[in-house]
Design a protein around this ligand. Structure first.
Ligand SMILES: [Zn+2]
Ligand SMILES: [Zn+2]
Ligand SMILES: [Zn+2]
Length: 447
C-alpha cells in the first residue's frame, strides 16, 4: 500500500476487503456528480479504425473540431498529431524509441497475423516499454503502481513488441510480467460511451473494485496538448465509509455470461447487489423469433413497474435498479438477447422514420435499463435523449402541439441524468446535444 499512499486522493482511503486486495472507501459523504479521482493515462493507444481521425497524443478528433488537422508523423507515417506540442510530448514519452521502426513492424507478417485485441495490446505494450525505458521522472510513480497491480489469473501468450534499440535485456525480460497485468487492469478509453482506444490507468486500477451496481463511473476528458485524463464520477450519493466501485464491464450483459467473464478475466465471483438478486433468477437466452411476442406479453407489467401511471413531467427516477424488486414474470426480460433485438429495432424504426414504433420500443428499452442500471447511469441518459429526438421528429412530422410536451418530458429526464455524468470526450456530446434540443424546443414553444 505504501507505494501509492501519496497518490490516493483525499476523497478515498484503502481498507481491507474480504476477497479483493483492498476496497477504496469514501472518506466523507460524496454528493452525486462528485469527481473522486482524476488520473491522466500512463499510456494509451487508439483503436486502429480511429488512427488518422484522432490525435495520437491528446485523442481529440478532427470530426468534432473541424479546425483541427491531424498530420502524420513524417518519421513513421503511422501516428498522427493535432499540433507540434502533441507530437513533441508523444515523442518524449516514448515515440522516439519506436518511430523509426514502427511502419516496418506494423507491415510485418508477425503483426498482420495478430487478432484485433492482440494488435492493440502489442501497441500499448510497446508504448509502455518505451515509456519505462526512458526513465522519465514524471511517470515513475505511475509505473511503480502499474507493476504492483495483480496479474491476470491466466498464463498469457505475450504479443510481439516493436523492436527498440535502447531497451536493455533487463527490461525485455520484464515484458511478460508487464503484459500479465493487461487483461484485468487496462481500460477502454470512451468518447460519448463508445470505445476509441485502450489506456493504462494504474491508480484507478489499483484503487477501484468492480460492481455491476456501481456508484461511480469513468469518463474521459480530452484537452489540447494533454494526455487523455480519466475521471471517476459518482452517480449517486455515497456515504462516508461506503466503498466506491465502478463497472469493469457492462451490467446489461446477462448474469451467467457476466459471471463467466468476471471470473475468467479478473478471477473473482461478483456478489454485488445486481448479481445477488439475479443469481436466483432463471435467465437464459431467448430465441430472436420469440423476443417480440414475449415483450408484447410482458410490456404492460414492465411499464407499470417502471413508470407507474406514465411518464409525466413529475416522473421521478427510482432510488435503485428495479431488478431488486422484479416480479418473477418479468425475469426472462433480464437476458441481453432481449435488449439486442429491441435496440436494433429502435435504431431501424428511428432511421426509417416510423416514429410511433420507435417511441413504443424505446419506452420498453428505457424500462429494461431502469431494471438493470443504476438510475443515473449514463447509458440511460443517452437512450432517453434519443427518445427525446424521436419525439421531436415525430412532432415536426405531425405538428400536434401536445406532442411537444412529450419531447420536453423525455428531454428533462435525459438532462437530469447527463448533467450528473457531465461533459466528456469530444465537444458536441450528449449533454451539448440535449442543451441544443432544449433551445430548439423553447423557440418552438414561443411561436
Ligand atoms: Zn493533440
Ligand atoms: Zn513517428
Ligand atoms: Zn455483480
Amino acid at each position: 500500500m505504501d507505494a501509492i499512499a501519496t497518490d490516493i486522493p483525499d476523497t478515498l482511503k484503502l481498507v481491507d476487503h474480504p476477497t479483493a486486495r483492498n476496497a477504496a472507501v469514501a472518506t466523507r459523504e460524496l454528493p452525486i456528480g462528485t469527481v473522486v479521482l482524476t488520473e491522466p493515462v500512463l499510456t494509451s493507444v487508439l483503436f486502429s479504425y480511429q488512427t488518422g481521425r484522432r490525435c495520437d497524443y491528446c485523442n481529440r478528433s478532427d470530426q468534432a473540431e473541424p479546425e483541427l488537422r491531424i498530420r502524420k508523423c513524417t518519421g513513421c507515417e503511422v501516428q498522427g498529431y493535432c499540433g507540434e506540442l502533441c507530437q513533441k510530448r508523444h515523442w518524449d514519452s516514448g515515440h522516439k524509441l519506436i518511430c523509426r521502426v514502427l511502419f516496418r513492424f506494423m507491415m510485418s507478417d508477425a503483426c498482420a497475423a495478430l487478432p484485433h485485441d492482440q494488435e492493440v495490446d502489442c501497441r500499448v505494450l510497446s508504448q509502455l516499454v518505451a515509456e519505462i525505458a526512458l526513465q522519465r521522472p514524471e511517470s515513475a510513480a505511475s509505473i511503480d503502481i502499474f507493476e504492483s497491480l495483480l496479474p491476470s489469473p491466466h498464463g498469457l501468450e505475450v504479443p510481439p513488441i516493436v523492436p527498440m534499440r535502447r531497451v536493455d535485456h533487463n527490461l525485455l525480460s520484464r515484458v511478460p510480467t508487464l503484459y500479465q497485468r493487461f487483461p484485468n487492469n487496462n481500460h477502454v478509453v470512451q468518447n460519448h460511451l463508445r470505445g476509441i482506444g485502450v489506456a493504462i490507468l494504474p491508480l484507478t486500477s489499483r484503487l477501484l473494485n468492480h460492481s455491476c451496481s456501481p456508484n461511480a463511473v469513468l469518463r474521459y476528458i480530452l484537452s489540447a496538448s494533454e494526455k487523455p485524463r480519466a475521471e471517476v464520477v459518482t452517480i449517486r450519493e455515497i456515504s462516508e465509509g461506503e466503498e466506491v466501485s465502478i463497472p469493469y464491464l457492462d451490467p446489461a450483459i446477462s448474469y451467467p455470461e457476466r459471471q463467466n467473464r468476471l471470473k475468467d478475466t479478473y478471477g473473482f465471483d461478483c456478489s454485488c447487489k445486481l448479481c445477488t438478486v439475479q443469481s436466483s433468477m432463471d435467465i437464459h437466452p431467448v430465441d430472436a423469433t420469440q423476443v417480440l411476442p414475449l415483450v408484447d406479453l410482458l410490456d404492460p407489467m414492465l411499464c407499470q413497474l417502471a413508470f407507474g401511471e406514465g411518464i409525466t413531467i413529475d416522473f421521478q427516477l427510482p432510488e435503485e435498479q428495479l431488478c431488486v424488486r422484479l416480479p418473477e414474470d418479468l425475469q426472462p426480460l433480464m437476458d441481453d438477447s432481449i435488449l439486442s433485438v429491441l435496440t436494433e429495432r429502435f435504431r431501424l424504426a428511428f432511421r426509417e422514420r416510423f416514429f410511433e414504433a420507435a417511441m413504443t420500443v424505446g419506452k420498453t428499452i428505457f424500462a429494461i435499463y431502469l431494471c438493470i442500471y443504476p438510475p443515473y447511469y449514463p447509458q440511460i441518459g443517452v437512450h432517453v435523449l434519443d427518445m427525446a429526438q424521436v419525439a421531436w421528429e415525430k412532432y415536426l412530422n405531425e405538428k400536434i402541439r401536445e406532442n411537444l410536451d412529450i419531447v420536453s418530458i423525455y428531454l428533462a429526464i435525459a438532462r437530469r441524468i447527463l448533467d450528473v455524468y457531465g461533459r466528456e470526450g469530444d465537444s458536441g456530446g450528449p449533454l451539448d446535444e440535449a442543451n441544443a434540443l432544449l433551445g430548439t424546443i423553447q423557440s418552438e414553444e414561443q411561436k
